[in-house]
Ligand binder design. Sequence first.
Ligand code: MG
Length: 315
Amino acid sequence: MNITLPDEVIICEVGPRDGLQNEKAVLTAERKIELIERVADAGVTVIEIGSFVHPKAVPAMADTDDVARGIRRRPGVEYRALVLNRRGIERAVAAGILKAKLTVSASPTHSKQNSNRPPAEVLASFEECAEFARQNGVVLSGAISTAFGYYAEGAIGLELIIPLTEAYLAMGVREISMSDSTGFANPKQVYSYMSELMGKYPEVDWTLHAHNTRGLALANIFAAMQAGVKRFDSSFAGIGGCPFAPGASGNVATEDVAGMMEGMGVKTGLDQEKILDIAETVQSLIGHATDSSTLKLRQGRSAVKSSCTSPVSGG
Ligand code: MG
């Protein structure tokens, strides 16, 4: 097997949105701002800071306006937010956000459950966002959730992904994220889908949003890299991402992705120590353990160190 690795990849931190929105502990805007500023300071150049959706739908994101206004913006860092309708993108623009992300489900069942509409109708409803974005200099990106599979349908075929991709392209979207929302994907499927999509739509910047639900996130990321993908979403401490059962994993941890890249000599621009410090802060703020192998290792190491040096253990 010939392994092909890019010189560098872009890691997008989705924790402030896709992570925190699923947590019981709701952080204040000040805390969120602090975390986002630390993420940028650790070298992350794309940060999903929150979502402009109805506060009743996602209460943890109700203060995204304050968060967006409060961040000290670092040059060269992209601060993006999720929007789902015209009202959302208006709020984003008012708060100085110049990159907005739309999202549609590839699974017709998930789309129906989530928005009570089939995927094509959801996309058609984004037209007015696209129009507003064009008028206000906002760049749109698009996510396709449940892109590899969903409980009702099982595997999602590319024939469901292609029309969504074309609809995004028609709207002027040139950056698309394939989201494995329920962790259905396997490396072979990811390689095959991403190779085909990248061949068919070379004008698109493709992102993989991997979930670790079945422990396959890093393998899927590696497979996507073999297909040429260079952009990956991940979440600090591995929080969020709608785990389907208590204790199940969702979003892959940023520090795990960064660690794998660093080990292989693929540049991320991230400071691993700072990223781990952030993950530790996140865990203490939300008050429970999370799915982060690198963080477990660090915490395990410091526990071993202190027990080895304590007089009780015989030093
Ligand atoms: Mg996710």
